[in-house]
Write a protein that binds this ligand. Structure first.
Ligand SMILES: Nc1ncnc2c1ncn2[C@@H]1O[C@H](COP(=O)(O)OP(=O)(O)O)[C@@H](O)[C@H]1O
Ligand SMILES: [Mg+2]
Length: 253
């Protein structure tokens, strides 16, 4: 069964000054699935993620045309609350590092910032978020030691847990496994499979193999254009476009 569309992007063009980093994009992303954004460097993948929660508003000289709807509401309307949008649409960048706080406080940071003081409720949120990020078992006995002492892969999952504690609906991960060993990568991929039951996930995969392991649907981007989009299996086994085939068979990128 097709899941209902969580994100609908219509004729969306995004510019840095006069340079169009995304060109006339039309795309629907269903709820509770992993949508992988595939493409070589500078194809517009990060720009697409950042324009879904308007992090791009922070960059001087940008402009857009077209529309983006989340649950049917246009996110570029002036009355949209940006803190609320960014809570609902969370993002973890590549190579994130923990805050210089304990593991517990790293995760409790967002709920505390929103004013939550109840100790047992905070403990509950911290445990649930660490469980969902598949980190709980590794850290439950040292929640009060520094988050900075964790390995790279653990810090990445800690940052995912911190985002989950904000109760997002859409989670965006930009090359979450760059620089990680295969075991940490496998842990992150395992957590994604569980997370999609509750969230809609936009993933810029670390490589093509990762996309083929975890993605439900894939969009292939090149030079700011979406060349083709479809079920992961189709994209990887019978792409319609020559450019997609060249990319997935490793002829460029
Ligand atoms: N802040 C910025 N200012 C100007 N150009 C940018 C900025 N960020 C990205 N770009 C340009 O937009 C294009 C797409 O970049 P990006 O979205 O980062 O691609 P990807 O994530 O696929 O590597 C690139 O040509 C890049 O140079
Ligand atoms: Mg990028």
């Amino acid at each position: 069964m097709e899941s209902p569309a969580k994100i609908v992007i219509q004729n969306f063009t995004f510019q840095y000054g006069v340079f169009a980093a995304l060109k006339d994009l039309n795309l629907s992303i269903g709820a509770n699935q992993i949508f992988a954004i595939l493409g070589p460097a500078r194809s517009g993948k990060t720009t697409l993620l950042k324009s879904m929660n308007r992090l791009t508003d922070l960059i001087f000289g940008t402009s857009h045309a077209g529309r983006v709807f989340i649950d049917g509401r246009e996110i570029y309307e002036p009355e949209v609350s940006l803190p609320e949008l960014r809570r609902r649409v969370g993002m973890v960048f590549d190579l994130p590092t923990a805050l210089p706080l304990s593991i517990f406080e790293n995760v409790a940071y967002g709920p505390r910032f929103k004013g939550l003081r109840d100790k047992s409720r905070l403990e509950e949120i911290v445990e649930q978020s660490l469980q969902a990020a598949v980190l709980w078992d590794e850290v439950k006995d040292r929640l009060h030691s520094s988050g900075l002492k964790l390995s790279g892969g653990q810090q990445q999952r800690l940052c995912i847990a911190r985002m989950l504690a904000m109760e997002p609906e859409i989670i965006m991960l930009d090359e979450p496994c760059s620089g990680l060993d295969p075991i940490s990568t496998a842990s992150i991929e395992k957590s994604l499979m569980t997370l999609k039951e509750k969230y809609t996930i936009l993933l810029v995969p670390h490589n093509i193999q990762q996309a083929s392991r975890v993605a439900d649907r894939v969009g292939f981007f090149l030079g700011g254009e979406m060349i083709e989009e479809g079920p992961a299996e189709d994209i990887f086994t019978r792409p319609k476009m020559k450019k997609t085939e060249d990319y997935i068979s490793g002829r460029f990128g």
